[in-house]
Write a protein that binds this ligand. Structure first.
Ligand SMILES: Nc1ncnc2c1ncn2[C@@H]1O[C@H](COP(=O)(O)OP(=O)(O)OP(=O)(O)O)[C@@H](O)[C@H]1O
Ligand SMILES: [Mg+2]
Length: 286
């Protein structure tokens, strides 16, 4: 497919950009149709580009549309208008180049940690022996070398998240989509998981879109923090480059003056939207 064919219907100004960009949401809007025939305009036309090797965190109040946008890049939600380009090609259907780590756990309870990781590789076409070896190696990298034969119920919440991370990274996707992957964990375990993720990411720097409601986590991990407004018709209201040296310690970086200053600047923008988000959620409940 030629660039021109790919670009049909997409402004020419975006074509060059789309060639270097891993994922590009161009003027993507999402309207959900509800069972009673009404509709909800969740996300207003939004443009967001993620470059090769870039770690982008998407932050916003609850219900603003973070998961919705991530699901558009994953190919699980089709834009109501606008376009999603993956490596310059218009996405239709599931994004096969992405590894997706959900907030909810997706481990099979009847399989061991090793089998949970290996089975995804077998589905990709790897022979069983190779799949098992690669799974063993990735479980070692996430610190679970001694837990290969444990079933999910025999692992802690943090350990199960590590298996999930190994599952996704072992498949060597070209980009990572993460939706509050460490959400249910306590703050300390989250920081440890963030550090583990950064250490593994540093090795080959895949593009990452990381959704979180935790601004500290976003700044500690990302190259850019993108802020969404509260819905309906949510949009991107801030895009902050994070100028903190790498490699970073996801825990200790929080003590640096530059971190505190960045946090203060972004929180000014986010605070009002968070309050709006909670107010709207309460109104909806009333
Ligand atoms: N399938 C759906 N049908 C109707 N409305 C939906 C659907 N999915 C999401 N919504 C609504 O769209 C809005 C955005 O939802 P989304 O899950 O993207 O929010 P979020 O920013 O990820 O929130 P949270 O931080 O709580 O996970 C919410 O108001 C939600 O109720
Ligand atoms: Mg969400």
């Amino acid at each position: 497919m030629t660039t021109l064919e790919r670009a049909r219907g997409i402004p020419t100004s975006l074509v060059g950009q789309s060639e270097q960009t891993v994922a590009l949401l161009h003027d993507v809007a999402i309207t959900y149709h509800l069972a009673d025939g009404s509709f909800y305009e969740a996300v207003a036309p939004t443009t967001l580009a993620i470059a090769e090797g870039e770690f982008v965190a998407l932050v916003g109040p609850t219900g603003c549309g973070k998961s919705t946008l991530l699901n558009v890049v994953a190919g699980l939600v089709a834009p109501s208008s606008g376009t999603c380009l993956i490596h310059g090609d218009r996405l239709s259907g599931i994004n096969g180049q992405a590894g997706y780590l959900f907030q909810a756990e997706a481990l099979m309870p009847w399989k061991t940690a090793l089998a949970n990781v290996a089975v995804g590789l077998e589905v990709q076409g790897l022979p069983r022996d190779e799949a098992t070896e690669r799974a063993r190696s990735w479980l070692g990298k996430v610190g679970l070398g001694a837990f290969l034969q444990r079933y999910p119920h025999q692992l802690s919440g943090g350990q199960r998240k590590r298996v999930g991370l190994a599952q996704v990274l072992a498949r060597d996707p070209r980009m990572l989509l993460m939706d509050e992957p460490f959400g249910p964990l306590d703050a300390q375990t989250r920081a440890i998981m963030g550090d583990l993720l950064l250490g593994l990411w540093q090795a080959d720097r895949k593009a990452v879109l990381f959704v979180t409601h935790d601004l500290e986590e976003a700044i500690a991990l990302a190259d850019r923090v993108v802020i969404m407004s509260a819905g309906p018709n949510a949009s991107i209201i801030g895009d902050f480059p994070i100028d903190l040296a790498r490699p970073r310690d996801a825990h200790e970086v929080r003590l640096q003056p530059a971190f505190v200053e960045t946090h203060r600047a972004i929180w000014q923008v986010l605070k009002e939207e968070v309050l709006k988000g909670y107010a709207q959620a309460n109104e909806a409940k009333a």
